[in-house]
Design a protein around this ligand. Sequence first.
Ligand SMILES: N[C@@H](CCC(=O)N[C@@H](CS)C(=O)NCC(=O)O)C(=O)O
Length: 217
Amino acid sequence: MNPTITAFERSPDRGKGLARDTRVRWAFEEVGQPYDVRLVSFEAMKEPAHLALHPFGQIPTYEEGDLVLFESGAIVFHLAQRHAGLLPDDANARARAITWMFAALSTVEPPILDLQTAKFQEGDKSWSEQRLPLVLDRIRVRLNELSARLGDADWLDGAFSAGDLMMVSVLLRLKPSGLLGEFPRLSAYVARGEARPAYKRAFAAQLAVFTGNPPTG
Ligand SMILES: N[C@@H](CCC(=O)N[C@@H](CS)C(=O)NCC(=O)O)C(=O)O
């Protein structure tokens, strides 16, 4: 039986691929593991049946036999450990790739999420205009550092890994802001991620949920 993940029944980003099931779909596609998707409504995510899978009532979740996982990072890591293709064999290179996964989720993603909070949850507050430039500058600091480390390399540490999958996924959330355009190396890095056939299949699959047109071929 294929593992089953959950995704939004109605994606708030209208299929732009920003919901976190996309990174999990991408990992499945990279390693060539077929998967099933169960779509959940916002209401159903907060019901006991879903809360039993995900204590915070969110997507994505992962079910495989008796194993239930939540947190996109944990799910991608699980897939990367189970299958070849997303983590190097060399122990030190593997540890570095895992480090990049953590860096993406715990160092780069938080200020990016803060921008979404500033825009969508706090946009109507009297102080939001003063706060927004601070939030943007905190993101710029991280992007600057990341760009310096990436340099002219294609990927963060040798071959494409789960670390890149996670970093590109996190950076993609910045697309609507235009901030990435200030960092040509990072824009090119994200474009390389998006050009991967596995990413394209994952993107098409999540878009099909929104358009109702399942991908063909
Ligand atoms: N840290 C979690 C975040 C999960 C998350 O925020 N999921 C969003 C969709 S991308 C969600 O379910 N939002 C609805 C909600 O929180 O009620 C992960 O990486 O999986």
